[in-house]
Design a protein around this ligand. Structure first.
Ligand code: DGL
Length: 260
C-alpha cells in the first residue's frame, strides 16, 4: 500500500516515526510544506487550498491508497473537504487527544497546547463543549504562536524557546495541571523542554500511535498484509533542517525539493 502524509514541516515526521513502528510493507511519501509554514497562523481557506494541492500532487505522482493529515491544524481546517473531494481515498486526520487526557488526569486539570487555528476551529470547540458537558474538568488552553517556527529552526531547547514555554505554561503549573495535550504534531519535539519547564511530573498526550493503529486497521480492511519492508520518501516545498529530519527519524534521508 502507498500512503501519502503531509504537514507544514517537520511535525508530521513524529507521526511517520510511529507509523514505521506499527506498519510494515508500506511506501510512505511525506510532504513538508515548509514554503507555506506555519499553517497555524493562516486562514481556513488558505490551509484548505494547501491541503488540496498536496493531495492532488500525491495522487497524481504516487497513486496513494491512503492520506494521513499529520497536522492538527490542517485536519481542523480541511479534513471535511478532503473526505468529500476524494471519497475513494482512506483519509486519516490528527486531532488533539483531549479525551484520553481527561481520563488520565488525576487533578482533573488538563492543559492543551495548539496552534491558534486549531483552537479557533469549530472542530476543537465542539470537542471541548461535548467533553466539558460529560466530565467535570478544567481545561487550560494555550495557543503557542511562534513555537512551530522555533522548532523548524531546530531551536527546541534554546533560551528563547524555554522562555516562551515558561510564559505559556505558568498558569498550568500554578493550577497543578497534571496532563497536557500536545495539540500540534510539532510539539512532541519539545517534550523534554516542556517537562523541564513544568518541573512537577506531567503526562504529555500525543496521538501518533493512535493514528498509526487507525491507519493499520483501515488498510487491513482493504487487504493490506502487515509484513515486509517499509520505504520512506521525503519531499519539501521549501527549506527544511535536514539535521532535524535525521534527529526525528534516527537516520539520514535524501530530501527532494518540489513545487506543487
Ligand atoms: N504540525 C502542525 C499541527 O499539527 C503545525 C501547524 C503549523 O504549521 O502551524 O498543527
Amino acid at each position: 500500500m502507498t500512503v501519502g502524509v503531509f504537514d507544514s514541516g517537520l511535525g508530521g515526521l513524529t507521526v511517520v516515526s510511529a507509523m514505521l513502528r506499527h506498519l510494515k510493507g508500506i511506501d510512505i511519501y511525506y510532504i513538508a510544506d515548509t514554503s507555506n509554514a506555519p499553517y497555524g497562523e493562516k486562514t481556513k481557506e488558505q490551509i484548505t487550498d494547501f491541503s488540496i494541492a498536496i493531495t492532488e500532487y500525491l495522487i497524481h505522482n504516487y497513486k496513494i491508497d491512503a492520506l494521513v493529515v499529520a497536522c492538527n491544524t490542517a485536519t481542523s481546517a480541511a479534513i471535511a473537504e478532503l473526505r468529500e473531494k476524494y471519497p475513494h481515498l482512506i483519509v486519516v486526520g490528527t486531532e488533539p487527544g483531549l479525551k484520553p487526557a481527561i481520563s488520565h488526569s488525576k487533578t482533573k486539570k488538563v492543559g492543551i497546547l495548539a496552534t491558534p487555528a486549531t483552537l479557533n476551529g469549530d472542530k476543537y470547540k465542539s470537542l471541548v463543549n461535548e467533553l466539558s458537558n460529560q466530565y467535570s474538568v478544567e481545561v487550560f488552553e494555550q495557543a503557542c504562536d511562534g513555537l512551530v517556527q522555533q522548532i523548524e529552526k531546530g531551536e527546541t531547547d534554546t533560551p528563547k524557546t524555554i522562555s516562551m514555554l515558561q510564559h505559556w505554561l505558568a498558569p498550568m503549573k500554578e493550577a497543578n495541571v497534571d496532563t497536557i495535550v500536545l495539540g500540534c504534531t510539532h510539539y512532541p519535539l519539545v517534550s523534554k523542554t516542556i517537562e523541564k519547564v513544568m518541573s512537577h511530573p506531567v503526562t504529555l498526550v500525543q496521538t501518533a500511535d493512535a493514528i498509526s493503529m487507525r491507519l493499520l486497521c483501515l488498510l487491513e480492511e482493504k487487504g493490506h498484509i502487515n509484513t515486509g519492508e517499509d520505504h520512506l520518501y521525503i519531499a519539501s516545498t521549501g527549506p527544511i533542517q535536514s539535521d532535524m529530519v535525521e534527529h526525528i527519524l534516527d537516520k539520514k534521508m535524501d530530501i527532494k525539493r518540489i513545487s506543487l
